[in-house]
Design a protein around this ligand. Structure first.
Ligand code: C2E
Ligand code: MG
Ligand code: MG
Ligand code: MG
Length: 279
């Protein structure tokens, strides 16, 4: 009935919620507020070809929380998925990436898409509107989807992916090798690229088997005519081994951490200068 009554009821239940639950509620509210008031931003990490030249960037979401500090998207994206914010968050990510891409003609821009968005039938239409609004070409973009249980065999997901690909987007399977049904996904999903999970890269030089697994993935990708990129490359030894194995693209701290959009432009022009001097 009255507002007061509602509040009293709430506080009656509150002691029964555990601390984690309360914290979660708080984070949900703060995330919504950050999304609406400029508290989120994107950073971009170079993806280099075998010669070290920047071929593209991956757009990564950041939340600088005023009290809690930097919160990882690995933590808040799942929260957004559960509290119904993912659609809006996903559009934010795409719009920012589309706009930023206009500064980097010739670079491919990879954007992470949540499996929850792929289950929404109207997603391709929303993306098409955004493409028009931002005046960009879908062929500039790669959509990264994480291989995992979430993807499943949902027919809507299949249809949405196919539509996006028809629009000109390329599709990359992220964190490849960590899911359960990797091989069957490869056959059933309309994809263009495999992204070797960083756990395999991290074990290069530590476990002999890691190189063997990466070799097998690269061979498989070739057989299926898929491109392949390795993520989480931190050392020159890892880079050299991956290039030797035949991995076409490399992403990781070895080349660069994720940086502000303006830095990407600087890195590209420095590189052109260097290549120009060599030629
Ligand atoms: P991901 O797509 O696999 O992104 C790669 C993660 O590895 C990023 O973490 C990146 O900062 C980190 N990384 C890059 N190079 C290295 C390296 O050399 N060593 C190590 N140890 N880590 C490296 P980040 O930015 O914290 O993102 C975590 C995950 O959150 C992403 O994994 C992706 O699944 C998700 N995510 C990030 N941005 C978005 C977004 O805009 N939308 C959605 N739906 N998910 C996002
Ligand atoms: Mg990714
Ligand atoms: Mg990944
Ligand atoms: Mg991931």
């Amino acid at each position: 009935r009255s507002k007061n009554n509602g509040r009293a009821q709430y506080s009656f239940f509150e002691p029964e919620m555990d601390a984690a639950m309360r914290m979660r509620r708080e984070i949900e509210g703060e995330l919504r507020e950050a999304l609406h008031n400029g508290g989120l931003n994107m950073v971009y990490q170079p993806q280099s070809d075998r010669t070290g030249r920047i071929a593209g960037v991956e757009a990564l979401l950041r939340w600088k929380h005023p009290e809690r500090g930097d919160i990882s998207p690995a933590m808040f994206v799942p929260i957004a998925e559960e509290c119904g914010l993912i659609s809006e968050l996903g559009i934010y990510t795409l719009r920012e990436s589309f706009i930023a891409s206009r500064q980097w003609p010739g670079l491919k821009v990879a954007v992470n898409i949540s499996a929850a968005q792929l289950r929404m039938r109207d997603f391709p239409e929303k993306v098409a509107d955004l493409i028009k609004e931002c005046a960009v070409d879908p062929r500039t973009f790669e959509l990264e989807i994480t291989e995992g249980l979430l993807l499943g065999d949902d027919p809507v997901t299949h249809g949405v992916l196919r539509e996006l690909r028809q629009m000109g987007f390329s599709i990359a399977l992220d964190d490849f090798g960590t899911g359960y049904s990797s091989l069957s996904y490869l056959q059933r999903y309309p994809i263009d690229k495999i992204k070797i999970d960083r756990s395999f890269v991290a074990n290069l030089g530590i476990e002999k088997e890691s190189a063997a697994v990466i070799q097998a993935i690269v061979k498989l990708a070739r057989a299926l005519k898929l491109d392949v990129i390795a993520e989480g490359v931190e050392t020159i030894e890892q880079r050299d081994q991956l290039v030797e194995i035949g991995c076409e693209e490399i992403q990781g701290y070895f080349y660069s951490r994720p940086v502000e959009a303006a830095r990407i432009g600087e890195m590209c022009s420095k590189q052109e200068e260097f290549i120009g001097r060599r030629a």
